[in-house]
Design a protein around this ligand. Structure first.
Ligand code: PLP
Length: 400
């Protein structure tokens, strides 16, 4: 039959394509700096000991495999939103609607569908650049995706003037997507003072804030610090929703544990929003998987395990910070590279926007067996004490 004759071949996913090329490369020095998943100093995936411990304890409870409610495991939702909203939680909990989601992407899907159905404006503004999947998720749900200025290639930092000016030019009541911390792909975050200015502009323009927080704790090692913007917005009168992920900060990538939450004006409005959220989720996937949320809930609600986990999160973020320092030091001090590499240590989180151009990225792959995205983004987690010098030498060679 011919019904699919007109289905065009789509482009491969850029990140997964890099991993494929890396896998095919037989060189011992090869490096994968594409994927945004944490690796330990031996370059291996890291299952947090607190997660292993939670799994053991949960296994011994011999829990059943019944369906979770449509919005997920209730205690997980409370624990997740408490972690995000912190000291603001108590004052908003009666008008906060939450739903366990299929990790961060699933939370974004709920958000996109909810906004497309019920929010007056159908245009969402995302940072330029942003995580590649944002555009897919929002346009699939029927929203129009536009962008606001964010990254300044000249400083390899934030273009705060351009950002505020674009937010001001957007029509009143637009939806604005903000990366709560550890901006992907640039690693460039606003300072606290800049967040305050962003909030003021959002208030003046009656914009709606969609906060994507995929890296709480993972960025600085401090859950409160990474949630600064989230808590600032939640304690203001800006309408907002939040998408959380436990992929990075608990290393639960494939378990798909996340949380969607939205602030209503009062409890009555919250009840209406919750009813529609349930109808939407029921149609999308009925109810979420239980395993990852059980693990996250167990860690968050058990004080000793939670403290252990917090320490492990500090460990991951410290390793990434130390790799940033090492890379910059080798380039500037040891190799005396003529460019400034200050941005490597100014930027934060999993990623660094190196400033390398597509030609240089090509040479890194072909001659040095080092794989990264064409935009020059590297995942810091792919660096370790055994390969950071080799990587610095390769950068030095392509930029000298
Ligand atoms: N949002 C951003 C900015 C991300 O970088 C990611 C993951 O890379 C996600 C959301 C969602 O990831 P997940 O669906 O694995 O939680």
């Amino acid at each position: 039959f011919k019904v699919w004759a007109d289905v065009p071949m789509g482009p491969p996913d850029p990140i997964f394509g890099i991993t494929e090329a890396y896998k095919k490369d037989g060189d011992v020095k090869k490096m994968n700096l594409g994927a945004g998943t944490y690796r330990d100093d031996a370059g291996k995936p890291y299952v947090l000991p607190s997660v292993r411990q939670a799994e053991t304890e949960l296994l011994s409870q011999k829990l059943d495999k019944e369906y979770a409610p449509i919005t997920g495991i209730p205690s997980f939702r409370v624990q997740a939103t408490k972690l995000a909203y912190g000291d603001v939680y108590e004052s908003i909990k009666d008008r906060l609607v939450s739903a366990q989601s299929i990790s961060g992407t699933g939370a974004l899907c709920i958000a996109a569908n909810f906004l497309a159905s019920f929010y007056p404006s159908k245009t969402i503004y995302v940072s330029d650049p942003t995580w590649g999947n944002h555009k897919n998720v929002f346009s699939r749900a029927g929203l129009t995706v536009k962008s606001y200025k964010y990254y300044d290639p000249a400083t390899r930092g934030l273009d705060i003037k351009g950002m505020l000016s674009d937010l001001t030019s957007a029509p009143d009541g637009s939806i604005i997507l903000l990366h709560a911390c550890a901006h992907n792909p640039t690693g460039v975050d606003p300072t606290k003072a800049q967040w305050d200015d962003i909030l003021k502009t959002m208030q003046k323009k009656n914009h709606f804030a969609l906060l994507d927080m995929a890296y709480q704790g993972f960025a600085s090692g401090d859950f409160a610090r990474d949630a600064y913007a989230t808590r600032l917005f939640a304690s203001s009168n800006v309408p907002m929703l939040l998408c959380q992920s436990f992929a990075k900060n608990m290393g639960l990538y494939g378990e798909r544990a996340g949380c969607f939450s939205i602030l209503a004006n009062d409890a009555e409005e919250a009840a209406r929003i919750e009813s529609q959220t349930k109808i939407l989720i029921r149609a999308l996937y009925s109810n979420p998987p239980v395993n990852g949320a059980r693990i996250a809930n167990h860690i968050l609600s058990n004080p000793a395990l939670r403290e252990q986990w917090a320490g492990e999160v500090v460990g991951m973020s410290e390793r990434l910070k130390s790799m940033r320092k090492a890379l910059r030091n080798i380039l500037e001090k040891d190799l005396k590279n003529k460019h400034s590499w200050k941005h490597i240590t100014d930027q934060i989180g999993m990623f660094c926007y190196t400033g390398l151009n597509p030609q240089q990225v090509d040479v890194l792959a072909k001659q040095y067996h080092i794989y990264l995205t064409k935009n020059g983004r590297i995942s810091i987690s792919g660096l370790n004490t055994s390969n950071v010098r080799y990587f610095a030498e390769a950068i030095n060679a392509v930029t000298s």
